[in-house]
Design a protein around this ligand. Structure first.
Ligand SMILES: Cc1ncc(COP(=O)(O)O)c(C=O)c1O
Length: 494
């Protein structure tokens, strides 16, 4: 298979011209060899190159300016990513003028779609007062009230500029509150790019250790040994094994951090409850990373599954398209952050200091507040219905086209994993054919569907657009069938 090698070598090539020439040569070779599956891939790549010349030029310009030509790994994909120019509602427009239906929405951020009029109005209104004012603002209190009204177990919230920092702070708070240093996270979970949790995010299975006792595998070089030793890895959706591991480290664990819906994988019935009961018994704080899953109900995944954590971390949708994060908890747990001013004008510094130039940025606060006010119970119901239509449609098409793949997701999240296995955790998700996933995604881009990384739906997405996407998926599967046959024959039932 030529494309195996080609995709892995693209990042190292010296110029886009090379990519183009290389692809033409490979295309000619494929035609000469009558290598059908290579020919199919080349057709997809050729069409991608044809549709996106300006993106290609910008990608070329980024060489020498940005390491890896990117500022965000998740946005890199071979042969080069499309550069976007504008978004409106459910549509996204690239620098070549291609219009696509967006199913990414900045990795689940824009739950109301692009440029929602109420969000724009709130931002304009706030901008009229200045950008950032170097003082507390009323709008941060309004967003705090709105969010805390939705979170059952939280009295207080602190805002950060990102979900990453929300998780960093939540872990620091847990350490400070409990006096213990270790944390436990689940294999395959992403909680931001920082060393304590950049462990076993996507470990090679050969290094990952036994299913019931995953090893702590550093995601990259430069993670100090001490950090590695202080992060315990648990298997998601395996309550029994997780309980045994937590019990084994009970005296050292400050917190267990979990995405209640890990990526798109729902928790098994009782899984979150069992972790909740055990952590409560053992005096370990439970952190729910709801940076993505908060979109699943008016009170996030915790309301959906009826489990109340000690700390909730938030991000993405609560900033209305601007950088944001936050962590919420009870007054008791938040105590280390409290600045006491009992003897005016002296201040007693908090046990856990935390500052940030852009914390509670007023524009993000105003935009986030506008978003949250639009998210009423019927809106979540509508999103759930749209998500169900997408998931059911995908399953139907796969069945009709004689292909096995795993479709999952909850509410407005959905995903296809190209595997015959039922996906319940990182290891089963890893059985998916990732190369096929990339080609499928490129082919859908060619067909006007922007479905990448973390597929999701917004309130701007219509049923008709879901149907259009499903039709594109059907055509794509028909086109890519020779590749599926060649790479993953076990996925073909007819
Ligand atoms: C579950 C989860 N937690 C934390 C983060 C980090 O958030 P941010 O990118 O805002 O730093 C992400 C980002 O994708 C995420 O998906």
């Amino acid at each position: 298979m030529i494309f195996h090698r080609r995709f892995s070598t693209y990042p190292n090539l010296t110029g886009i011209l090379e990519i183009y020439l290389n692809s033409i040569i490979k295309l000619i070779m494929s035609v000469m060899n009558h290598d059908l599956d290579d020919l199919v891939v080349m057709k997809v790549v050729e069409e991608y190159l044809r549709q996106n010349p300006s993106s290609r030029a910008l990608y070329d310009r980024a060489r020498g300016l940005l390491p890896g030509r990117s500022t965000r790994n998740v946005l890199y994909y071979p042969p080069f990513p499309v550069y976007m120019a504008a978004g409106k509602g459910s549509r996204i427009f690239d620098v070549d003028g291609n219009e696509r239906i967006d199913f990414n929405f900045n990795n689940t951020t824009l739950i109301l779609g692009h440029n929602h009029p109420r969000v724009l109005e709130a931002v304009r209104e706030q901008l009229g007062r200045g950008t950032v004012l170097g003082a507390p603002s009323e709008v941060e209190l309004k967003l705090a009230e709105e969010l805390l009204g939705r979170l059952k177990g939280a009295d207080m919230i602190r805002f950060t500029p990102s979900g990453t920092e929300a998780n960093m702070q939540a872990v620091m708070l847990a350490r400070c509150y409990t006096g213990k240093m270790k944390i436990a996270k689940f294999e395959g979970a992403y909680h931001g790019s920082w060393d304590t949790v950049d462990i076993s995010v996507s470990p090679p299975l050969g290094l990952a250790g036994p299913d019931s006792e995953p090893r702590s595998v550093p995601q990259h070089d430069g993670i100090p040994k001490g950090v590695l030793e202080n992060t315990l890895i648990l298997p998601y959706n395996d309550a029994e094994a997780s309980e045994a591991l937590i019990k084994g480290h009970r005296d050292d664990l400050a917190a267990v951090i979990v995405e209640p819906v890990q990526r798109d994988i729902p928790p098994k019935p009782g899984f979150l409850q069992s972790i909740r009961e055990l952590t409560e018994q053992l005096g370990i704080l439970l952190i729910f990373d709801e940076v993505i899953s908060f979109r699943l109900s008016p009170g996030g995944a915790q309301r959906l599954y009826g489990v109340v954590p000690d700390i909730t971390t938030l991000g993405k949708i609560i900033g209305g398209g601007f950088p944001i994060g936050g962590y919420a908890s009870t007054e008791d747990v938040m105590e280390p952050l409290i600045i006491s001013q009992s003897e005016f004008p002296a201040l007693k510094p908090p046990k856990l200091g935390y500052s940030g130039t852009f914390n509670a940025h007023p524009i993000a606060m105003a935009a986030g507040l506008a978003v949250m006010r639009e998210l009423t119970p019927p809106t979540y119901k509508m999103l759930e219905g749209l998500g169900e239509a997408m998931r059911e449609g995908l399953r139907r098409i796969l069945e009709e086209e004689g292909i096995i793949a795993h479709v999952d997701g909850v509410g407005s999240l959905f995903n296809i994993t190209w595997t015959g296995e039922k996906v319940v955790d990182y290891r089963t998700a890893s059985s998916g054919d990732r190369v096929l996933e990339r080609i499928f995604s490129l082919d859908l881009m060619n067909r006007g569907i922007y479905l990448r990384a973390h597929p999701n739906l917004s309130t701007a997405t219509t049923r008709e657009e879901v149907e259009r996407a499903l039709e594109a998926v059907r055509l794509s599967i028909k086109e890519l069938k020779p590749i599926i046959k060649e790479r993953s024959p076990h996925l073909i039932i007819r």
